[in-house]
Design a protein around this ligand. Structure first.
Ligand code: TRH
Length: 394
């Protein structure tokens, strides 16, 4: 690049399954537009999934605007398009051949980034930022890894997120209004409020049983999604839909609609413990500064368990041994793919409850510590650097 400023950005996203890929891309697009004054265009192959995160998006429209971002339906037939200065291929989704050729024809060449999945594993430090020259064209693609150390790309964080979170968490009236907007009743005394965003999980029914017979009232808020049939079975219902609630012993299960990302953030901020899954909600739970339990996206070869352990190891640094052990055990049961025994899970959960004040403090410190490693800023710095030294620049 001849200039130090990047003013336009194309983000390509395929929706493999679930909402993680589009969730990350949508967040990144808005940050680039809002905080870095870039002209942002998103190319998305599944606008119906996108509209769940952003109801404003109309699945049938080929071109539309939302939140200052241009959203394009990414079709098989890809027309002639002038590439942006910064091109982000999310999660190796493979750009259209025609577009790649247009990148090669452009002068100066766009900076081409492959945005990878986040991981806390050691190898990420060594792979972040590596170049991959194109086999035939004068283009270089760079691997950009979100992560937790300063040698990685950091994590997506909106500039004002932690301040907004703090304001919300300090304001009981705001929280009350939030619960009302979801038709969730006021907190009872001693109640524990838990959000449960999860894949199918054999341990879910055992955990619900433990909560139903536990010492505190528990409100479990379940966003509509893949775990609902199992929750419905526990509740003795054929199916559950948003708005339904069931009381079982000391447990109240309430199903929430799938809401916009900002509203989901507030759920994480307002609950005492959050069960999250995949990638993006895991990161958001960390920004919430609340104790959380992560269900990692399962891979067939089982390598996800290493990834899970890597985050646990990093996250638990500086945490006392008892709280570490409790958290480790709960994360492992939750990801074991097994039902877990009621007594076993009860013990693990009791431990979690006992350690809750310590875990809360730890979670707040953790979020603060991560906040200086901002993905969008890192991405722009990196892009400016590699843009200047692009080996094929004339
Ligand atoms: O939906 P996911 O399971 O996505 C997964 C993972 O990202 C996984 O790593 C990836 O490989 C796979 O997709 C293809 O979980 P994730 O990543 O937490 O994404 C959910 C998104 O949905 C996130 O942006 C938060 C958002 N969300 C809402 O906006 N509203 C809601 O009500 C809920 C529950 C979630």
């Amino acid at each position: 690049m001849s200039t130090n400023q990047l003013s336009s950005c194309d983000i390509f996203c395929t929706v493999v399954d679930n909402y993680g890929d589009i969730g990350v891309c949508w967040r990144l697009a808005r940050i680039m537009q809002r905080e870095h004054a870039m002209t942002v265009r998103m190319w998305v192959d599944d606008l119906a999934s996108f509209s769940k995160l952003c109801p404003e998006v109309e699945p049938s429209k080929l071109i539309q605007q939302s939140h200052g971002v241009e959203i394009r339906q990414w079709n098989v037939l890809f027309g002639n398009v002038i590439p942006a200065e910064l091109v982000i291929e999310a999660f190796a989704c493979e750009l259209p051949i025609r577009y790649v050729q247009a990148m090669a024809d452009k002068s100066p060449k766009p900076v081409w980034i492959n945005l990878e999945y986040m991981s806390a594993e050691d190898w990420v430090d060594g792979c972040h930022g590596l170049p991959s020259p194109h086999l035939k064209l004068p283009l270089v693609k760079y691997f950009f890894f979100p992560g937790f150390t300063n040698k990685t790309g950091g994590l997506l964080l909106e500039r004002d997120l932690l301040a907004r979170r703090d304001d919300f968490q300090a304001d009981h009236i705001l929280q009350e209004k939030y619960w009302q907007s979801l038709q969730v009743p006021q907190r009872q005394r001693d109640e524990l409020r838990v959000s449960l965003f999860s894949y199918e999980n054999p341990a879910v029914q055992t955990l619900l049983k433990v909560w139903a017979s536990g010492p505190h009232p528990v409100t479990c808020l379940v966003p509509e999604g893949r775990v609902l049939p199992q929750v419905a079975e526990y509740c003795g219902r054929e199916r559950l839909v948003a708005g339904n609630f069931v009381q079982s012993g000391r447990l109240r299960v309430q199903v929430l609609p799938f809401v916009e990302q900002e509203k989901y953030d507030k759920l994480l901020w307002a609950c005492d413990v959050n069960f999250v899954r995949g990638e993006d909600s895991c990161v958001r739970a960390q920004w919430a500064g609340k104790p959380f339990v992560w269900q990692i996206y399962p891979q067939h070869d089982g390598v996800h368990m290493q990834k899970l352990q890597a985050l646990l190891d990093l996250y638990c640094r500086g945490l006392d041994p008892a709280s570490t052990l409790g958290l480790q055990q709960l994360w492992m049961v939750w990801n074991s793919g097994e039902e877990g025994s009621e007594t076993g899970l009860e013990q693990v959960w009791q431990q979690m409850l006992q350690n809750l004040p310590v875990l809360l403090q730890h979670a707040q410190g953790w979020a603060q510590q991560l906040a200086s490693n901002n993905l969008a800023l890192n991405l722009l710095d990196f892009s400016r650097k590699v843009g200047k030294i692009a080996p094929f620049e004339i």
